[in-house]
Design a binder for this molecule. Structure first.
Ligand code: BGC
Length: 371
């Protein structure tokens, strides 16, 4: 019922989108091909953001609405250039997932000066008042789901726990870690888990709530910078450094799918690791195959179709001089940014079929080993 409702809502939004898009197009045609909505995404190197591009394109299919999507390739300088390009094309709304949440402040301030409405997409832009809205998944819930999965699958006590995190330049990395820590910390304090790879986390193991600086200190040790090769190198270093009692059956908090696969490859090839449970997020195709093959244990599915329709729905409201609907707000260090938040779903071998195939997110033919 819930799923049908979701599909129906999505369908309705998509249809509405097309009508409004057509209308907007005729309005803006006088501008001679001007772009109404500019979209800036962090990098094409991670499948996660290519997914977003595809879903934006699918949402806009069949209309000649004037949008443009640019990628920043992991560079704040390139991101600024992208925003400037879009400003020069006359955009009214900017949808942006920043590479670096603080560094993006200058770009969105430039957009704001031109009267453009700024929507932060998935990642919050911090320490600036120049962000009007934020569309996001519940990122703290992502971390909680990852931590809870490790707890539910831990057997006995003294289970070695390897912690990894995202890039400190991404506010989400803190939210994911905050969520994971919230559920894991009591289980570290009671001896279910023993931290294997972070002296900073070990020193804070009796604190249930960490300050941003404390989390920063842990991230400083266990960040992957969202980079699978950095994740691989760190995992190798950690497995070389630990004593044998930190091997055997282990639990691994990996922040997303790209880094989870890299870390899983390292742990999977160490003969002293008898079993590992490893988390992920994004439901990337390669990770779904890893899950089916028993090489990754879970992922957190964030339905990008919903995020895209929320962001575009907001953009259209703004273009039509309506106030977008929001469900809460996020403090970005300078102001409370009005936000619309979406829930996430835990996916493992058991529910790949129902959550990802039956819902039409992926095709069964894209995988092998589906039951
Ligand atoms: C996103 C994740 C993504 C990560 C790395 C985060 O901000 O929320 O979905 O895996 O960045 O790109």
């Amino acid at each position: 019922m819930k799923k049908t409702l979701k599909a129906l809502t999505f369908g309705l939004v998509a249809i509405m989108l097309m009508f409004v898009l057509a209308a907007c197009n005729s309005e803006s045609s006088g501008k001679g091909g001007a772009v109404s909505v500019g979209i800036v995404l962090p990098t094409k190197d991670e499948p996660r953001w290519v997914q977003d591009e595809e879903r934006f394109k699918a949402a806009l299919d069949g209309s000649d609405y004037t949008t443009e999507i640019l990628f920043s390739q992991g560079s704040s300088a390139k991101e600024k250039e992208n925003v400037e390009t879009l400003i020069s094309k006359g955009i009214d709304v900017l949808i942006i997932a920043p590479h670096d949440g603080a560094a993006a402040g200058a770009s969105v301030e430039a957009a704001k000066e031109e009267g453009i409405t700024v929507i932060a997409y998935d990642r919050l832009i911090t320490d600036t008042e120049a962000v009007d809205y934020y569309v996001t998944f519940d990122s703290v819930a992502v971390g909680e789901a990852q931590g809870q999965y490790l707890i539910d699958n831990a057997e006995g006590t003294g289970v070695p726990l390897y912690l990894y995190a995202g890039a400190s330049s991404d506010n989400n990395a803190f939210l994911f870690f905050e969520g994971a820590w919230k559920v894991l910390q009591p289980k570290i304090a009671d001896g279910t888990f023993v931290i294997a790879n972070s002296s900073e986390a070990e020193a804070l193991k009796d604190k249930s709530e960490l300050t941003r600086d404390e989390m920063g200190a842990i991230l400083g040790q266990v960040t992957t910078n969202w980079d699978p090769s950095e994740a691989k190198n760190k995992a190798e270093t950690h497995l070389t450094a630990v004593s044998e009692d930190m091997k055997g059956d282990v639990a691994i908090l990996a922040p997303n799918d790209g880094t989870a696969r890299a870390i899983a490859d390292v742990f999977g090839s160490d003969p002293a690791i008898s079993n590992y449970v490893v988390t992920g997020q994004d439901a990337e195709k390669a990770s779904i195959q890893y899950i089916l093959d028993g090489k990754q244990t879970m992922t957190v599915f964030k339905d990008v179709r919903t995020l895209v329709s929320d962001a575009m729905g907001m953009a259209i409201d703004i273009l039509e001089d309506k106030t977008p609907e929001t469900t809460g707000s996020y403090d970005n260090g300078a102001t409370d940014v009005k936000a619309k938040q979406t829930d996430v779903i835990v996916v493992n071998k058991e529910n790949v079929q129902s959550e990802l195939i039956d819902s039409g997110y992926y095709e069964a033919s894209e995988f092998t080993g589906l039951e």
